[in-house]
Design a protein around this ligand. Structure first.
Ligand SMILES: [Zn+2]
Length: 60
């Protein structure tokens, strides 16, 4: 039994994903349980243009 004292090797990261709201926009908040790396990905990233056009239309 040899104790493994090596630092975690990332990537691949081990993301723990939660949802957060930043400035009213839903994001996927990723946090690596191994190296504490963090990133936020907008939920509507792929449909951003669609949302914006709908939103601005509704506002007027
Ligand atoms: Zn990591």
């Amino acid at each position: 039994m040899t104790p493994v004292a090596q630092p975690p090797v990332c990537p691949p990261h081990h993301w723990e994903v939660t949802s957060v709201r930043i400035e009213g926009v839903c994001h996927y908040h990723h946090r690596c349980i191994k190296c504490q790396a963090e990133k936020d990905v907008p939920l509507s990233a792929s449909t951003a243009s669609k949302w914006v056009s709908r939103h601005s239309k509704a506002k007027q």
